[in-house]
Design a binder for this molecule. Structure first.
Ligand code: VG1
Ligand code: CO
Length: 542
């Protein structure tokens, strides 16, 4: 009954920061998705009868790949597949389902915040048994396998009805089509003080959640409107659409501009929030106050004890290297260890598994905790709501209070997108080559204290990850980081991360752009962005 299909390798099936991401047209080539999925199965060689979770963010091509993956799982000896109804499972929900049902792993079909549709992006990532993204040892093994693959395995079986929850069999393998929302919503209810949030809602706490026509719509309708009692209509763009309505499901100030404008207007509710394509990112905006993701991590860590799940305190706080040091200051004040990892959630998994960190975050709008092994957009929104409901404070007041206590890390990220790969590589090579000469140099009032190419030694398993971005640290706590994105599908994206620290007695309420002006000039002087790329301004500032 198992059919072997002959194939030849495709170049470039190397998982990036978060799985394999390519244009839909690339994935639509014969054997392309199949080769990668078979390479995953070959690399992880699941024990016979293992459980596999499959779901996606609902984007174009999702259903076709899910049906094919189910047949391939049956041919590869899996015993049971759990698939989200409608092909839907947000990334954090998939992480939870893997853990709850003790699956051996999961396939998450998503290109996250990248646009969707026939001419846009698709992606596949594999998560391991702890519910988290495959660590580099596994992604490397998958990549190696893609380079020699010569066959994939399937069974001749019709598509299943993905929209009907229940149990069917595919060539003897059990497929359970599960409600994608229920397990996750229950988990959220177990972590947060829903009673306090409901009480604040009946006392007038309002919010607006923009699901960006992506995966979080059904989750937000259930949790925010049904379980917490926010009025119907609180969730905007709550129905997943295959092309996200033609927008980028990227919750930043550019792509969630409608929400931002609302939050800066007299009609603003107490909290504005949004999530991305696969539901793992979050955008937090209070009335007249945008909270950077780096600040959000720090503010949530400082207040997490107000939520039942974290009432006993945190074990540690971890952030990715380009994320601002605001969270480190909270960790220091609470007497907690803090960790600085490379970009990408996979690096938090070991710290969470080992009980060394409870809360983690990335500057790219990712925040999460040890409740799953992915960043979790709605989790962050709910923790904010929990804190606001208990403290009865505005986001703006909470932010000001935080800065008055810890000082403020002014922060922005400048992205230069779709640069020719050779030019971007040349820029990074020159920058890396000149690092040793940087220490002690002055750029205006900024003096370089140290500069390096970031390398990480995992404190749990000792694995080493090198070349994770160039850091230029200035005296006084300001910093510039340069790195190339690992999630794009066109050319290269240069990310420049700018951070300026102001102590508690410094300037705490200035416009961010004014505070970062000197750093922006220093970044140009150090990296020669215009000279290398011809670009005089970033495409996206977040
Ligand atoms: C980006 C972000 C990174 C995040 C990754 C996946 O990676 O910078 O912080 O973990 O996307 O997020 P890169 O390599 O492009 O900078 V998601 O929501 O796309 O899974
Ligand atoms: Co995402």
């Amino acid at each position: 009954m198992i059919r072997t299909v002959a194939t030849t390798p495709f170049e470039g099936q190397k998982p990036g920061t978060s799985g394999l991401r390519k244009k839909v047209r690339v994935f639509q080539q014969d054997n392309y998705a199949e080769n990668f999925i078979q390479a995953v199965f070959d690399a992880v060689s699941p024990p016979r009868g293992a459980v596999l979770v499959i779901g996606g963010d609902g984007r174009f091509h999702n259903r076709a790949v899910i049906q094919q993956a189910i047949r391939m799982a049956a041919a590869n000896g899996y015993g049971r597949v759990l698939a989200g109804a409608g092909g839907i499972l947000s990334t954090p929900a998939a992480s939870h389902v893997i853990r709850k049902h003790q699956a051996s792993g999961g396939l998450i079909l998503s290109a996250s915040h990248n646009p969707g549709g026939p001419d846009e992006d698709f992606g596949i990532k594999y998560n391991v048994a702890n519910g988290g993204p495959a660590p580099e040892s596994v992604t490397e093994a998958i990549y190696v396998r893609t380079q020699t693959i010569d066959r994939w395995l399937t069974v001749d079986w019709a598509d299943i009805d993905l929209d009907k929850p229940g149990v069917v069999t595919v060539a003897g393998m059990v497929v359970e089509v599960i409600d994608p929302v229920a397990d996750y919503a229950d988990l959220m209810e177990s972590l947060f003080d829903f009673v306090a949030i409901r009480a604040a809602v009946s006392d007038g706490m309002t919010m607006c959640f923009d699901a960006m026509h992506a995966v979080t719509g059904p989750y937000a309708h259930e949790i925010l409107e049904r379980r917490l009692g926010f009025r119907a209509g609180t969730v905007h763009n709550g129905t997943p659409i295959e092309d996200f309505g033609g927008h980028h499901p990227d919750p930043n100030l550019v792509h969630a501009k409608v929400l931002y404008d609302l939050m800066m207007s007299p009609e603003a509710p107490v909290l504005g929030a949004a999530s991305d394509g696969d539901g793992d990112r979050n955008l937090i905006i209070g009335k007249n106050r945008f909270v950077t993701p780096s600040d959000s991590l720090a503010m949530l860590a400082a207040n997490a004890h107000l939520a039942p799940a974290y009432a006993g305190g945190l074990k540690g706080i971890a952030r990715s290297m380009p994320t601002s040091a605001a969270a480190d200051r909270v960790a220091q004040a609470l007497g907690l260890p803090s960790f600085e990892t490379p970009t990408g959630w996979k690096f938090f998994g070991n710290l969470l598994d080992a009980g060394m960190a409870t809360i983690c975050g990335e500057e790219s709008a990712g925040t999460g905790s040890d409740h799953v092994r992915e960043k979790d957009g709605l989790w962050a929104v709910l923790l904010w709501l929990n804190v606001l409901a208990v403290r009865r404070i505005s986001v703006d007041d909470l932010a000001r209070e935080h800065w008055a206590t810890y000082g403020r890390n002014y922060y922005a990220r400048h992205d230069y997108e779709a640069i020719e790969t050779e030019k971007a590589n040349a820029l990074m090579a020159e920058l890396t080559g000149g690092l040793d000469a940087l220490a002690g140099r002055e750029f205006g009032a900024l003096k370089v204290a140290a500069a390096d190419s970031f390398a990480y030694v995992d404190p749990v398993d000792g694995s080493v990850s090198r070349n994770q971005g160039v850091r230029v640290m200035f005296a006084g706590g300001s910093r510039i980081v340069f790195r190339l994105s690992g999630t794009g599908t066109e050319g290269a994206t240069l990310r420049v991360y700018l951070e300026r620290y102001e102590p508690v007695d410094g300037k705490l309420d200035e416009p961010v752009s004014a505070m970062l002006g000197e750093l922006i000039a220093a970044a140009e002087a150090i990296a020669g962005i215009v000279r290398h790329t011809g670009r005089t301004a970033p495409d996206v500032v977040t």
